[in-house]
Design a protein around this ligand. Structure first.
Ligand code: ADP
Ligand code: DP6
Length: 327
């Protein structure tokens, strides 16, 4: 019989994802077990590509955007690696290189696509049998939002109670939703999502209320997705963003993520609906970028108006993505 040598390497391309129902805070921060379920859409324009190889001579180096990763970012990689080794008993060292095609640590969920790609690459390169649930759980240990990244289209992250029960499932394949990402600032955010989440739990008077509303918004969002009801999807998504920032902005960090252009863009999107009969909704995450949800026919008129407004440094047009894939 021919003796095949396993390659023990893999390249994964993973899309970032955008939460329509927001994750914010963990009931168990060690395992990233979230306070509430969340729902996301995969973004086809925002990608992390991670090449990973196992080899006895490697030293677990991780190169991110051409630089050797050190500090907190590397600690998070090492935690995922340690857990992978514990679960799989596969403990050969790695060498990995990853590139994001969009600004890193700026509130467009590079941690989601980055840790989604890493978790998928570890399982794929190891040659072990694995499921999407395994990848989702492992990705969650690097970054909560990464739990949702493996799935094409829309994903539902079930909060669960422990590592086994906290993972994401696909709800719906890609459809024709369009997402316009207006970049107002490319530099890294002043405070990480994880740190702001932990502070929110103890400091914000609205933390518990936001989580209750997110729980209540899950069923209506699932129905809106099932019925292709863009208006309900957009209204809930915008409310979720407002609730999230009501928490963040009352956490004792001042207003850590918005800038003046963020606010101008929020008003711009509301004015599209109210004054121009263009149906669009905004959502914002832990950063100053504004993501505009709209139908395909609205992309051109919105982008024309955005360009005239001159508040966005960059505009990224995205459709619904395909999750994470082996290249
Ligand atoms: P973002 O809004 O971009 O998700 P976070 O502060 O939550 O910002 O996460 C950014 C961090 O995620 C980076 O500092 C880095 O540690 C990690 N990260 C980003 N991209 C990758 C990647 N491709 N592979 C591994 N880790 C990544
Ligand atoms: C506002 O999952 O990026 O985007 O675990 O620190 O990486 P870390 O946090 P992360 O937080 C995401 C918060 C959010 C909402 C969401 O994506 O659901």
């Amino acid at each position: 019989m021919k003796n095949y040598k396993l390659a023990l390497k893999a390249t994964i391309r993973a899309n970032s994802n955008l939460a329509l129902i927001k994750y914010w805070g963990n009931k168990d921060p060690y395992w990233n077990i979230p306070t509430n379920d969340s729902i996301s859409v995969s973004l086809d324009a925002l990608k992390s590509t991670t090449k990973l190889e196992f080899g006895d001579d490697y030293k677990d180096d991780f190169i991110l955007n051409d630089k050797l990763l050190t500090g907190e970012g590397k600690d998070r990689i090492d935690f995922v690696l340690a857990k992978f080794r514990e679960f799989s008993r596969f403990d050969t060292p790695i060498h990995a290189e990853s590139e994001n095609n969009f600004p890193t640590a700026a509130g467009i969920a590079s941690s989601a696509s980055g840790f989604g790609a890493l978790a998928h690459a570890l399982y794929e390169a190891s040659g072990l049998a694995y499921t999407n649930d395994d990848v989702s759980r492992l990705a969650r240990l690097g970054s909560g939002s990464a739990a949702r990244t493996i799935h094409p289209g829309y994903a539902h992250w079930f909060a669960g109670e422990n590592h086994e029960t906290s993972y994401a499932k696909q709800i719906k394949p890609p459809d024709d939703l369009k997402i316009i990402v207006a970049i107002t600032e490319k530099s890294a955010k002043p405070v990480s999502s994880f740190e702001a989440m932990e502070l929110s739990k103890t400091q914000s008077p609205f933390f518990v209320e936001k989580a209750i509303q997110s729980k209540d918004n899950i069923e209506p969002m699932l129905t809106a997705l099932k019925e292709n009801d863009f208006s309900t999807l957009g209204q809930i998504a915008q409310k979720e963003a407002n609730n999230l920032h009501a928490v963040i902005n009352t956490t004792g960090l001042g207003i850590p993520y918005w800038n003046a252009r963020t606010l101008e863009l929020m008003q711009f999107v509301n004015a599209l609906r109210e004054n121009e009969n263009i149906e669009a909704y905004y959502t914002i995450d832990a950063g100053p970028q504004v993501k505009i949800l709209c139908k395909p026919e609205s992309v051109k008129p919105i982008v024309n108006r955005l360009q005239n407004l001159e508040v966005a440094q960059d505009i990224i047009l995205s459709g619904v993505g395909n999750g994470s894939q082996v290249m």
